[in-house]
Design a protein around this ligand. Structure first.
Ligand code: PSV
Ligand code: MN
Ligand code: MN
Length: 388
């Protein structure tokens, strides 16, 4: 039997970070849909993130994306967030939107463009100094579209050189999280296509270089929970960019496409000790809400992560281990599935009440009138960054 009060305690201290770009307008390369009441400034994105925390109690930080969230004074922005009851979290770099980066950023054959990209990454560490952020998230769109287009090995050398320069610049309490992605926008070869490549670069550099697993960045059928278990065992799992996918990098709400996969991932996190804050595993969302209301989409996503976590924490580990060591295949699988099939919504509703929150965060948000007030106050909302 699992102790539900211990499970509740663990859930109470969960920390899920929401991304500033989830609150802005977004879409596909075909169309960005404008919604009413979307934020016009980084401050207004923080206001929206604060609503997600207000109703869930477990989303106390918001990630920024630079230059989408460029301001003159980042310390003042961090203070603004604090006043609203949240913190500035990870700083996400952006070396994928300038014309200069058509053939790559840090792996570009042109040294002047590589320098420009590196300067941006270093500037983002300056921003972290001002906001007090711990994590720098690095994702590179770098790669090639055609065989022979550029030299694969030279590009790895350039990547390693840039990463070493960023690593060198990090302060004692800072780290970078290196993201990989199978393809897109490069279609033939991506310079950091998988966890193994990110891991190898991070391993060379040291403990402040960690791998981040974006759940939407794998080939269909990839066993993501194995990657999670492996990286945790090696002390190299820096965190997650959570979202869900049906086909490619869909950036849909986490737990929407495959809640069972999310549960399997969270089980490995718990099993590997990654749920303990000291391990530094960051639970971040990286999503956009193209057709659904954005704040509600974030609240729903946070709840989906909570539900998967609750199920993972409810696994009867004693019974599971006993069945595993007895070679009882079906018994072990049954224990694992029992936890997954538990309806944890009443437990979470109870927990929220204990935390002084409404049992149903979406209903409470809808009843709050926040949406109507921002629709009134905000005109001409900002695109999150894509396709605008
Ligand atoms: C790239 O697909 C990615 O997952 C990276 O994390 C980016 O910074 C993010 O999406 C936002 O576009
Ligand atoms: Mn991502
Ligand atoms: Mn992505």
């Amino acid at each position: 039997m699992t102790d539900t009060s211990a499970v509740k305690d663990a859930l109470r201290r969960q920390h899920i970070e929401t991304p500033s770009w989830a609150y802005g307008n977004s879409g596909t390369r075909f169309k960005v849909f404008a919604q009413r009441g979307v934020p016009r400034t980084p401050q207004e994105k923080i206001d929206d993130a604060a609503q997600v925390h207000r109703f869930t109690g477990v989303a106390p930080s918001v990630a920024l994306h630079i230059p989408w969230d460029r301001v003159d004074d980042y310390a003042a922005l961090a203070a603004y967030a604090k006043e609203r009851g949240v913190q500035v979290g990870a700083i996400n770099t952006n070396v994928f939107q300038d014309d200069d980066y058509m053939l790559g950023s840090v792996t570009n054959p042109d040294p002047a463009i590589r320098r420009k990209a590196l300067d941006h990454l270093l500037e983002c560490v300056d921003i972290m100094d001002a906001t007090g952020s711990r994590d720098l998230k690095l994702w590179f769109s770098d790669g090639t579209n055609y065989p022979g287009q550029d030299d694969v090995r030279d590009r790895q050398d350039r990547m390693a050189e840039a990463l070493a320069a960023v690593y060198e610049r990090l302060g004692d309490h800072q780290r970078f999280l290196l993201e990989y992605k199978l393809f897109e926008p490069a279609f033939y070869m991506t310079d950091l296509p998988d966890w193994g490549t990110s891991y190898a670069h991070c391993l060379k550099l040291g403990p402040k270089a960690q791998v981040v697993v974006d759940t939407g960045h794998h080939a269909p059928g990839t066993n993501i929970e194995f990657i999670v278990a492996f990286l945790l065992r090696e002390g190299k799992l820096g965190g997650f960019d959570f979202n869900s996918r049906f086909y490619a990098d869909d950036d849909l709400m986490v737990g929407a496409a495959d809640p069972f996969q999310l549960y399997r991932i969270m089980y490995e996190v718990v099993r590997g000790g990654g749920y303990e804050p000291e391990t530094g595993v960051a639970f971040m969302l990286d999503q956009c809400h193209n057709i659904e209301p954005k704040i509600q989409g974030q609240i729903r996503s946070v709840m989906n992560v909570q539900e998967a976590t609750a199920k993972a924490l409810l696994v009867d580990v004693g019974a599971l281990r006993a069945a595993q060591s007895a070679g009882d295949v079906l018994g072990a699988n049954a224990v694992f599935m029992d936890a997954y099939n538990t309806d944890v919504r009443p437990l979470l509703a109870e927990l929220r009440e204990e935390m002084g929150l409404h049992r149903d965060p979406i209903a409470a948000y809808r009843a709050s009138g926040y949406y109507e007030s921002v629709v009134e106050a905000r005109q001409g909302g900002q695109a999150a960054g894509w396709g605008a």
